[in-house]
Design a binder for this molecule. Sequence first.
Ligand SMILES: C[S@@+](CC[C@H](N)C(=O)[O-])C[C@H]1O[C@@H](n2cnc3c(N)ncnc32)[C@H](O)[C@@H]1O
Ligand code: SF4
Length: 444
Amino acid sequence: MRNLIDKYAVAAPRYTSYPSYPHWEGPPTEKEWFDNIGANPEIDLYIHIPYCEKLCLYCGCNRQITKNHELERPYLKLLLKEIEIYKRNLGHIKVNNLHFGGGTPTFISAENFDWFLNKLFKLVSKGAHFSGSFEADPRVTQEDHYRVLADYGLDRVSFGIQDFSENVQKAIGRTQPYSMVTEAITMARKWGYQSVNFDIIYGLPLQTQETIDDSFDKVQELSPDTVAFFSYAHVPWKIKHQKALEKYPLSQGREKYLLKIRGERRLVESGYIHLGLDHFVKPFDPLYQAYQQKSLQRNFMGYTTACSKTLIGIGCTSISDASNCYIQNMKSVSDYQNSINQGKLALENGHQLTLEEKTIRDTIQSLFCHQEFDLRSVADVYKCEKLKALIEKIAEFERDDLLQKKGSLYLLTEKGKVFSRNMAMAFDLKLRGGIRSGQFSNSI
Ligand SMILES: C[S@@+](CC[C@H](N)C(=O)[O-])C[C@H]1O[C@@H](n2cnc3c(N)ncnc32)[C@H](O)[C@@H]1O
Ligand code: SF4
C-alpha cells in the first residue's frame, strides 16, 4: 500500500463534472441553456447562500464573510427573481430535491427562511416524493431553523463538524464544543429529520492518530446516518487565507493517508459502509439501498438516491447541470445582482457536452457510483493510440490490485476505491496534455 500511495498521491480533478471545471469552454446563450432544459421541467434545485459570520482558515467553499444580517432579505429577493426568470422561460417547474448550501445557509434567520420558502413554493411546486436538505453550521443554527425548514418538508441536514479536538479547532479558527454538536443533533432528531450527515476532514493541522480516534469516538456516540470524510484540499495559491495554516506542519502523502485509514477503519468498525469516494452510510440509509440496487447517482451536491435530469443552481456561484450542458453563475454577489436585476441570468461559465464527453462522463459516474465500468461502452471514444494507452493503464491498475476483470466488466477492489480519482484520470481525454501545476488538489 505504501508504494501505491507514493505512486498515486498526485494532483487529480474531483470529477464533480466531466469535463472538469478548468476544461469548460464557456457558457451557452440563455436560449441554448433553456433549450437544454426543455419546457415544464422536473428539477433538483440547489440554492447557494454565500454568507458566513466568521472565516474558517481551511475553507475552500465559495463564501463571503460578514456579520451584516441586513443582507439577508435583498439576497433572498434576488433568488426569487432568478426563479421567476426560469419560470418565464420554462413554464411550470416541479422540484424533486431542494438543497441549501453555502457559505452558511443558516446565516439566514428562521423568519427570513419562512418568508422565502412561502414565496418559493408559490412559484414552483413539489414533486410527489419531495425531499430537502440544508447544510447547518452548529454554531449558528437555532431550534427555529429546524422547525421552519421541517415545516416546508426538508428532511435531511448536514452538519459541518471537521474535527472534535479542541487544539485542531483552535488552529483552524473554528471553535465548536462537543456539547454544541450534541445539542444540534438532538434538535435535528426532535424535529424529525430522517437523515443527519457529518462532514469531517482529515489532513488538518495538529491532527494525529489519537485526535482522529477521539473524533471518531464522538462520531460513534452521536451516530449520524451518513459521514462525508473529506481530504483537506490545501490550495493556498488559489485560496490565500489557507496560507495561515502553513505555520503548522501539514500532513502529506503516507502520513495523511494514515489519518484517512484510521478514520475509515473506525467508521467501518462502527457499522458504516463505504459508498465510494469520501462517503460512508449506515446500512439502513436509503443511499445504501440505492447502492445495492445499482441506482445510486452522483451530482454536484454529492451522492443521491435519485436525481432529476436537470439540476438548477440559483444564487451567486451556483452550478447547474442539464445532462448535456453545465453552467455556473457569477461568483461575485454584486455581478450576480446586476445581471438578475436586469432580468438576465448571471451566466459566468459553462460547457456544452459532445457525445464523446457524455460517454466519458457516464463511465466516470459508473466508476464512482457502482465501482465498475464496461470497456465496451467507451469503444467508440478511444481508438488506436488512445485505446492502447487506456488498455495499458487498465492493465497497470489490475497489476496494482485496484481492478478485477469479470467478463467485459472491470470491478474496483477495496483498495481500488481509494484510488478511484486516479482511475477516472485514465479516461480523461482533456488531461492528455498533462496537468498544469496548481490546477487541482491532491488525490489523497
Ligand atoms: C459549505 S461547507 C459547510 C456548511 C457550513 N458553512 C459549515 O461550515 O458548517 C461544506 C463542507 O466543505 C468542506 N470543506 C470546506 N473547505 C474544505 C477544504 N479546503 N478541504 C476539504 N473539505 C473542505 C467542509 O467539511 C464543510 O463542512
Ligand atoms: S467552512 Fe463553512 S462556515 Fe467555515 S468559512 Fe467555509 S463555508 Fe463558512
